[in-house]
Design a protein around this ligand. Structure first.
Ligand code: OAD
Length: 236
């Protein structure tokens, strides 16, 4: 049976695809106040601004392609049972060919009804505007988990973490909860690799830290995993 390799990814994963991170210098939250564009209060107060913000994010996604990091992660499925838990709202893991992906914070390519949240629609253009409605005639909103809203997939994510044999954390500052708390659901003692050119907010011990961007870092990871796998098999 293949070992389960769980990936927790964040905005840094897609940085080399041309999508901005949130908290790096020049990141998205340098130009916007999060509570003005990504909260239920913002949606009530100024839905046009919220839609414009996500239309910009979507336009960037429409131009983006998976980078070498996304592609190398997809290639790991030959050898491992890979499950990706992502905080990203892009679909670059999907485009790269990864098959098991759980989105914690929603998906940019989808919209949902404000009257009935189970009505979810795939968007075929980057724009979602006032007046775009569901079959019930209600305004559509971005299918995004805003600050202050519950994270519907968190329990599923915890269960995936609990089954991990190997954990890989890529491109996340680990400051947004509950996502950041997921690493504590991984079984004690499993190998943990962290790929990030910066310094995520991480307090776990025994972590192998690959201080590189995702594309180069995932390549290093493949080598390290191969060493680990060979060592692992010898012990059997
Ligand atoms: P952040 O912007 O907080 O963190 C990005 C991380 O990626 C940092 O640790 C960077 O050092 C790292 N990084 C930058 N470039 C990289 C690269 N090329 N390769 C690898 N790592 C790189 O983004 P997240 O942790 O994803 O939520 O943010 C979490 C949540 O906060 C997001 O999902 C979003 C945001 O507000 C919502 O909008 C609900």
């Amino acid at each position: 049976m293949k070992q389960k390799l769980v990936v927790l990814s964040g905005a840094g994963m897609s940085q080399e695809s041309g999508l901005k991170t949130f908290r790096d210098m020049g990141g998205i939250w340098d130009n916007y106040h999060v509570e003005e564009v990504a909260s239920p209060e913002a949606w009530k107060k100024n839905p046009e601004l919220v839609l414009r913000f996500y239309n910009e994010r979507r336009k960037a996604l429409w131009e983006a392609r998976p980078n070498a990091g996304h592609i190398a992660l997809a290639s790991l499925e030959d050898r491992y049972d890979v499950e990706i838990i992502t905080q990203n709202v892009d679909d670059l893991h999907e485009q790269a060919g990864s098959r098991k992906i759980l989105h914690l914070h929603g998906e940019l390519r989808k919209a949902r009804s404000t009257a009935d949240p189970s009505r979810i629609y795939t968007l075929h253009t980057p724009e979602l505007n006032i007046g775009d409605v569901c079959e019930l005639g209600s305004q559509l909103r971005p299918h995004i988990v805003w600050f202050g809203e519950p994270v519907p997939n968190i329990v599923k994510a915890q269960k995936i973490m609990e089954k991990a044999d190997i954990l890989v954390v890529i491109g996340t500052s680990l400051v947004v909860y509950p996502a950041a708390g997921l690493i504590h659901f991984a079984p004690e003692g499993i190998p943990i690799y962290v790929i990030d050119p910066g310094s995520p907010n991480l307090t776990l011990s025994g972590v192998v830290y690959i201080q590189k961007k995702a594309s180069e870092g995932v390549n290093d990871l493949l080598e390290k995993l191969e060493h680990y796998r060979l060592g692992f098999n010898q012990k059997e």
